[in-house]
Design a protein around this ligand. Structure first.
Ligand SMILES: O=C(O)CCC(=O)C(=O)O
Ligand SMILES: [Fe+2]
Length: 362
């Protein structure tokens, strides 16, 4: 098994979106007034260090016209040269956009554009069944023990609700049964709608034939809050080596296993820094999650040590939190139906800015 480990990828453009696929191509921006002279374009540079005192602009209102995430522009702004910090927002935008365009492959931008249009079509037409799920209501979503631990926000309080069956794998009770039930019925409602409309649904990633991307049908803001308010505090304590407290984007989806669904999931690593995996139900047997230790890219296929081999049986409402690079897979769900909520948490904006600066310095 150790011979082959897939990198489980979301079918998306890593450099053009922010993991939330909120960028769309617009040729119009090129003809905007105040365009930079060609000569100046040659000098487009980012500073080595962020200017922490600079408060970046918001570009959210331009979301529909921009081919990159508004958040990416805000992150990048802190790295602008001093003389660019106080020019107009339009000029800053143009400066940053030209840098981004230089390093972002066109094919990926086109893919992000298509994804954005797909999402827009859904958001405009899909009628949610349980609207109360789309905004964060923590008292309705989470069990009290989880809320208490988060409110206390200490390593001790987190450990008091968690088991750590193997180093770096944390399990705990998290979601209320009622929330799981409603979310399952919302997902079913969405899938019914997709089927009725004869839409081609985009699956969560390259290894699933079933399941749905929650961010695509309205859950983006709620899941953002879940990551920021609940997963970042825990990751800050347990996953500092992957920037646990600075996770800045996510990919949220459900996977579905059972008869007429996916059966199992091969050995893989996730396209995330930190992964939250919560079982929503329903009733099932099998579906055990197996882990085989954390590896870097170069050693992802190496043998595992006996102490790294661990199995975990999903329990509805209970979460598993692990590093994306903690190699794992799921055994066959042999009867019933198993649905899990996955939140791949990333440091996408940070890594984007970092790789841009590296490319510039190369
Ligand atoms: O089925 C599971 O619980 C594992 C899912 C998983 O690893 C993933 O979606 O990346
Ligand atoms: Fe995974």
């Amino acid at each position: 098994m150790e011979a082959s480990v897939d990198r489980r990828k979301q079918p998306r453009a890593p450099t053009a979106g922010n993991g939330n696929a909120n960028g769309v191509a617009s040729a119009a921006a090129e003809e905007e007034e105040g365009e930079l002279e060609e000569e100046e374009e040659e000098k487009l540079r980012l500073r080595l260090r962020a200017n922490e005192n600079h408060k970046p602009e918001s570009y959210e209102d331009l979301q529909m016209q921009l081919e990159f995430s508004p958040l990416l522009f805000s992150s990048l702004e802190q790295y602008l040269p001093f003389n660019m910090l106080h020019v107009s927002r339009e000029l800053k935008l143009q400066y940053m956009r030209q840098i981004l365009l230089r390093y972002s492959p066109e094919g990926e931008r086109a893919r992000v554009k298509r994804h954005k249009e797909y999402r827009q079509k859904i958001i405009l037409n899909y009628q949610p069944l349980h609207r109360e799920l789309y905004t964060m209501h923590e008292a309705n979503f989470f069990v009290p023990s989880f809320l208490k631990a988060i409110a206390e926000n200490t390593e001790e309080s987190f450990r008091s609700i968690m088991a750590e069956p193997s180093p770096g794998i944390y399990t705990f009770e998290m979601l209320q049964p009622r929330f799981c039930e409603l979310l399952l019925s919302e997902v079913e409602n969405f899938e019914r709608w997709v089927h009725e409309k004869k839409l081609r649904i985009m699956r969560p990633n390259t290894m699933n034939r079933y399941g749905a991307v929650l961010d695509d049908f309205g859950f983006e803001t709620m899941l953002e809050k879940l990551m920021e308010g609940f997963i970042c505090p825990i990751s800050r304590v347990f996953f500092p080596e992957v920037g646990g407290s600075t996770l800045d984007s996510h990919h949220g989806f459900v996977v579905e296993y059972g008869v007429n669904r996916d059966v199992e999931l091969g050995f893989h690593v996730d396209d995330s820094e930190v992964t939250l995996n919560v079982c929503l139900g329903k009733q099932f047997s099998g579906g055990t999650l197996f882990f085989r230790g954390v590896r870097c890219d170069e050693h992802v296929h190496s043998e595992s040590q006996p102490e790294e081999i661990i199995d975990y049986s999903h329990v509805p409402g209970h979460a598993v939190l692990h590093r994306g690079r903690h190699r794992h897979g799921a055994r066959a769900t042999t009867s019933g139906q198993r649905v899990n909520l996955l939140l791949w948490c990333r440091r996408y904006l940070f890594l984007c800015v970092y790789s841009l600066k590296n490319l510039q310095d190369a």
